[in-house]
Write a protein that binds this ligand. Sequence first.
Ligand code: NAP
Length: 244
Amino acid sequence: MLKYALVTGGSRGIGKAICLELADMGFNILVNYQSNLEEANKTLELIKSKGVDVELMKFDVSKQIEVDEVLGKWMESNKESKVLEVLVNNAGIRKDSLLMWMSNSDWHSVMDIAVDGFFNVTRLVVKDMLIKKYGRIISVVSLSGLKGLPGQTNYSASKAAVIGATKALAQEVGRRGITVNAVAPGFIKTDMTQDLNEKDFKALIPMSRFGEPQEVADVVGWLASKKSSYVSGQVISVNGGLYS
Ligand code: NAP
């Protein structure tokens, strides 16, 4: 059986770094993305150059029908030859504003992608992991979901929900050799934070800088490996020492 890792939102930013890290570890990669095919193709080529199998997988994690249609079909048609050992729930968006000004769509889009996305993808993948009695499920949450950040009630609520789901699921599936953990980045240099001025936040961050996507990917890689075999239900912060 060929071993695969699925990274949602794997085409850019933190997800891209995670895909490359998991490819370095020898996993074949499924790169999920939503719309930006150009960036997804660049990531595909980089992964290919590492000598592993890689496939792009376009679906919106918040849409159950799309997830079942694309991922469900892939799992069904490859069940004899390919196994998904690692799932990284990484897809996410930010739509910041003060709660009193927040639109319905800004609340729901952020919640749907993080929370429904976790549900839609994880439920599908965990069934197979339960049969195989092995799996690694890692979700990329946020400092915002641990501490709450003003202007991010939607984002904080969505990430806190995924942390709760992570802790609950870890207790459901631990007996079957599946670990379920979360990684909570602070400020990381990606498209998502390009509107933030690093200088304005330096004083707040003990390490006095934003993090690199690779610094998150290193922790995810460890959680995806056999070396983390007795770690489950945990949230590991990757935030340069920012109090959380
Ligand atoms: P990013 O650079 O904006 O990349 C987002 C990725 O998610 C892209 O691959 C995008 O695909 C994909 N995506 C967005 N909506 C999707 C959907 N509905 N279905 C499937 N894929 C979708 O973001 P990032 O900074 O790397 O963030 C990655 C994760 O880390 C997110 O969960 C974010 O909340 C979390 N995080 C980030 C930071 C930070 O400082 N950057 C801090 C804490 C937590 P397309 O290109 O096709 O749109």
